[in-house]
Design a protein around this ligand. Structure first.
Ligand SMILES: O=c1[nH]c(=O)c2ncn([C@@H]3O[C@H](COP(=O)(O)OP(=O)(O)OP(=O)(O)O)[C@@H](O)[C@H]3O)c2[nH]1
Ligand SMILES: [Mg+2]
Length: 308
């Protein structure tokens, strides 16, 4: 079969087959995803038939970028696009087509995340769904033990969670250890974020303690600088673990704002937008958060690590 177009990035291999009229993308896990092209390419679809384009939602941003890069290269035209429920394709200011097609990997897989935190899990579910993965967490396996977070660093704790659960289950396991680091508190609450106001503290109690700690020491906004940190560890039997990090810069608000998210989200102000993490939708937070940035770093290294 003749390959009409071939594109290679570090993570994705894509080609268009003449007979199939489909863009075949190999994702980072080596799974092939087929995106039907309908009548995308001018070359094969005369303009009088109307230019159509496939709208792809629930697709990783890099796949969408690649898809449009292919399109621009082949047609030599600039397209405007947005990732969302419905994609609108415009050519020289004229709306040509809108359509929504969801792309589902035919073979979905399951990944176990060694967490009991449903807030984290919700975010991972949304992020991994785009990669064809269903997520399970430790609340799905009540028989698995509690892993004590005795480490002094995010990496130590993430390793403890991932490696213990991987050894017990014999499966590949991802763990997230994360926390809020406030400059004026010397990086605290850090690894103690979940337990800042005491063992088994509620989010409300942790937030109240944070506001209390900052009330006297950090009055001006510059003094309230902070960042969220995530360390991710993937552990699998017979392999040395993969470790990556992600950070999200911001500051601490004086009063809680917003209803979404979890943990310190109502108090954490995003440096870029001035909104608290709790004022963002799940989708918005998942584009900029420490967890999203760590996942992006993970995806850069995961394919190579899987091959080892
Ligand atoms: O507002 C927030 N938005 C976030 O995006 C976020 N990510 C982490 N955190 C805080 O840091 C602790 C992590 O501690 P942590 O990594 O040990 O997790 P955890 O104990 O809650 O669950 P587990 O994964 O250990 O089972 C959490 O409980 C939260 O208080 C966040 N707060
Ligand atoms: Mg924990």
């Amino acid at each position: 079969m003749k390959k009409l177009y071939k594109h290679q990035t570090t993570d994705i291999f894509a080609y268009v087959l003449e007979e199939q009229r489909a863009l075949v993308i190999e994702n980072i896990f080596g799974e092939q995803l087929e995106i039907p092209l309908y009548s995308v390419f001018f070359k094969y679809f005369p303009a009088e038939k109307g230019l159509k384009i496939v709208a792809v939602d629930e697709t990783p941003a890099d796949v969408i970028d690649l898809f449009f890069q292919v399109l621009r290269d082949v047609t030599g035209l600039a397209y405007q696009y947005s990732i969302g429920q419905v994609l609108t394709v415009e050519l020289e200011g004229q709306v040509l087509h809108t359509e929504t097609v969801s792309l589902q990997s035919k073979t979905r897989k399951t990944l176990l995340i060694a967490t009991r935190n449903e807030g984290k899990t919700r975010e991972f579910k949304a992020m991994f769904s785009q990669l064809g993965y269903d997520i399970k967490n430790l609340n799905d396996f009540p028989e698995l033990p509690e892993v004590a977070e005795t480490g002094m660093t995010f990496e130590e704790n993430a390793r403890l969670k991932a490696e213990t659960i991987s050894e017990l289950t014999g499966e590949m396991v991802l763990a997230d250890d994360s926390g809020l680091m406030v400059d004026v508190l010397g990086g605290l609450p850090g690894v103690w974020s979940a337990r800042f106001a005491g063992e088994h503290a509620t989010d409300a109690a942790n937030n109240a303690k944070l506001l209390h700690e900052l009330a006297s020491t950090a009055v001006s906004p510059e003094k309230r600088k902070a960042k969220f940190h995530t360390t991710l560890v993937v552990a699998a039997p017979g392999k040395s673990s993969l470790v990556v990090e992600g950070e999200w810069p911001g500051s601490i608000a004086t009063i809680p704002r917003g209803d979404d998210g979890f943990g310190y989200d109502p108090l954490f102000v995003d440096e870029e937008t001035g909104r608290t993490a709790a004022q963002m939708t799940l989708e918005q937070k998942n584009k900029v958060s420490h967890r999203a940035r760590a996942l992006q770093n993970l995806l850069k290294e995961w394919p190579e690590w899987l091959r080892q």
